[in-house]
Design a binder for this molecule. Sequence first.
Ligand SMILES: [Fe+2]
Ligand SMILES: [Fe+2]
Length: 380
Amino acid sequence: MAYLSTIDFFEDQNFLDRWRRTLKGDLDLSWMHAQTEKVSVAPENPRRGLTLRDLDTGSYGFTELPEFQRQNRSFAPRGAELPDGLPDLQAEVNQKGEVWAYNTEGYYEEAMTRQWNATLDVPWADLAKQELPDDISRAYAQLLTFLTEVEMIATDVPAKWMGRLNNNFMEVKNFMATQIMDEARHAEVFRKRALTTGYGLMKASPPNEISLKQIRDADSFAEMSLSLHLIGEGFVLTLFRFSEYIAPTEADKKMFRLVMQDEARHVGYGVQHLKWVMRHFPEKREVIHKHLDEAENMIFSGGNGLEVTEPFIILAGKGLKKENIEQGCKITALFQLKQMEEYFERLDKCGLGERRKISKLHNAMELTRASLQEAGVRAG
Ligand SMILES: [Fe+2]
Ligand SMILES: [Fe+2]
């Protein structure tokens, strides 16, 4: 049967004849002879179950995936026969090197087994019983407002890109689907916590939102991933770790531990993607540095907006008195130093150690380190 690009099936005689004959038991059965590979698949580790890695075989696998996806431009699952007449989805991202990362399938599997529930897994009833001082509550509600802003963009951005990827990149798309779910849950949990402080949401942050918009507006998937997964979420991961440390109650610490486990996975994908690119496309080094120049600049300014730094200082110092603020400033400077150190360590792992010599952010890191030393605060 010929497939036209637009068919009025109710007017199409061939289609109607085939439909009637099928319902009378006169079957076509041509699909039974699909020219596809026969395989034998079983879990490598029965206790772990059947993983995507167990399916990495022949034309169904991801190891043999060519660099450019010229053949499959439809919804056809990888490995299926591709007859004439499939729609052309005009995927924008068809190059494996744009999206691929070591262990993508592992990150997806981990995400599936570690989903948690913001409604049930945070002890909300305990939180309701604990009243916090006014200045701490206000500062905490402000930090949570900032975090909710961040999580909303982190939900939108992978969602914006997911449908633009060629369907042969199934593992990457599945991972992105889990990230979208994770980030939606993070926005949910921070909003819930902000409202349970009794102070509700506080003030949105223009520098933060301008930097988030830059991530949303990235021209390519690779550029987006550098800004979001590697830099933005890397910074956020350190922020969560320190937020757990300064969080006012045990229940809050638990909330940050839960979001951290998801965030570590998202950063893991970003690192493994950049590592993949550097290993397979070393000629991209220059353009990556250009993207990093821009992204470091924007994310540094967004992450240092007053709407996040000040509440962080108050929470870290546990109040608004002079001695609290002094202590809070020290902890905040240590946190910012750690954020930058961890970022450069990630780049080292990806083979971009020379970034330390050319990055303005690296200068900012050394200035922070020097001022902490001057103040007699030990980093590490
Ligand atoms: Fe998140
Ligand atoms: Fe994330």
